[in-house]
Design a protein around this ligand. Structure first.
Ligand SMILES: Nc1ncnc2c1ncn2[C@@H]1O[C@H](COP(=O)(O)OP(=O)(O)OP(=O)(O)O)[C@@H](O)[C@H]1O
Ligand SMILES: [Mg+2]
Length: 366
């Protein structure tokens, strides 16, 4: 009987990380003695990779709150060794991120040799292209907790509070083994269009710049925005790595499709023609849109008790995604499937109508 498991669950629920760590070690010892050395090694690997953060994790669990609402102004994401965040990016961006991760991993070594290497990353680009995912991926790869501050939530109706909240966030993350992630970073600049007095807003931005300056010297900072054009030049200069992320190209789309369907049997992943067709139809879509469309198609497959995700299921979801319900007629959908190579008999079966009806629809269109 492994009572340690109960203790681990209990301590986990009480957020007592030191106890989780100690009981997990005890459990690993016991398993090893009982001959289950594989499981034991796996547990030790997980706790070892977390050692650096475990010690200070308790500190990270008491997050700062907004003075008025008493709501927490940051979220803390603790990475787990088994997190495997799938991410598909163009090679050059992949390389830049790998460089960034390498510097983070070697930061203390660099500091020992007297090389002060500032490490701050600004991510910009279309919604749903992976900015938040990249921040989580970097946290997972470095084993450092991610302290997420969503600026859209922080820019409070009382600007005075905003400055205070920003300071609290930087103070909280300062000198802890973590990555500070400022998401929706443009919210601060957007406030300019609102009713705020310009002078007051300028003061908030200036204090933000000062906070960034002193923080980024020895900590790791990532910021993300969908609206780079709103950011001051002064802000851009503060980041030593800047990465713009665009919509995926066809080869990346193919990888995304494969990633999002890797837990499913499909009739298109080994069929280059179908994959190529899907990749072309998904051009101009963000990875997030592609994921939504594929997930909807998977849901349709499961609900209909089918084992294989079919090419036409994805097409149907894509068509519905592209066309608002007002434009959505069965004739148009039939035509779309037919144009994209789905056999008329398959269309009839999917649409629950006779083959003759399908031919009628198609004749009417032509
Ligand atoms: N490059 C990518 N590779 C794999 N998955 C991705 C990628 N980009 C986005 N996704 C998926 O899409 C979803 C949304 O992505 P994410 O939140 O990272 O986008 P974002 O750029 O932060 O968007 P927003 O600007 O709306 O905040 C995530 O669940 C993620 O799984
Ligand atoms: Mg995001």
């Amino acid at each position: 009987m492994y009572t340690e498991i109960l203790r681990i669950v209990e301590s986990g629920l009480l957020k007592d990380t030191k106890k989780v760590y100690n009981y997990a070690k005890l459990l690993a010892d016991k398993l090893d003695k009982d001959g289950n050395d594989r499981m034991s090694k796996m547990i030790l690997k997980v706790i070892d990779s977390k050692k650096a953060t475990t010690v200070t994790m308790d500190e990270l669990l008491t997050t700062p709150v907004d003075q008025e609402s008493r709501l927490s102004i940051v979220d803390v994401n603790i990475p787990y060794a088994n997190d495997d965040i799938p991410i598909v990016l163009p090679k050059l961006i992949d390389n830049k991120i790998a460089d960034f991760i390498n510097v983070v991993k070697h930061q203390s070594q660099l500091a020992q040799k007297g090389v002060e290497m500032p490490n701050s990353l600004l991510l910009y680009g279309n919604p749903g292209c992976g900015k938040t995912t990249i921040a989580k991926y970097i946290s997972e790869q470095t084993g450092l907790p991610l302290v997420i501050a969503r600026f859209d939530a922080i820019v409070s109706s009382l600007l005075g509070n905003t400055a205070k909240n920003i300071r609290k966030i930087f103070d909280f993350a300062d000198n802890k083994p973590c990555i500070l992630f400022l998401d929706e970073f443009d919210a601060i600049a957007k406030a300019r269009d609102d009713q705020y007095e310009l002078g007051e807003l300028k003061r908030v931005i200036n204090s933000l710049l000062q906070n960034i300056d002193s923080f980024a010297k020895q900590n790791i900072l990532i910021a993300a925005t969908n609206h780079p054009e709103l950011l001051d030049k002064a802000i851009w200069r503060r980041f030593n790595t800047v990465i713009g992320i665009g919509l995926p190209r066809e080869d990346e789309i193919v990888k995304l499709i494969k990633t999002f369907t890797n837990d499913f049997d499909t009739d298109f992943n080994t069929d280059d023609k179908k994959l190529d067709k899907l990749a072309k139809l998904f051009v101009e879509k963000s990875p997030s849109d592609i994921k939504t469309i594929i997930n909807n198609a998977k849901a349709r497959t499961i609900i209909n008790d089918r084992n294989t995700l079919q090419y036409e299921d994805v097409l149907i979801e894509l068509f519905e995604f592209n066309n608002h319900s007002i434009n959505l007629t069965i004739e148009k959908l039939v035509e779309y499937l037919n144009e994209n190579g789905v056999a008329q008999s398959v269309i009839a079966e999917r649409m629950n109508v006779s083959l003759r009806q399908i031919r009628n629809y198609l004749n009417k269109q032509s």
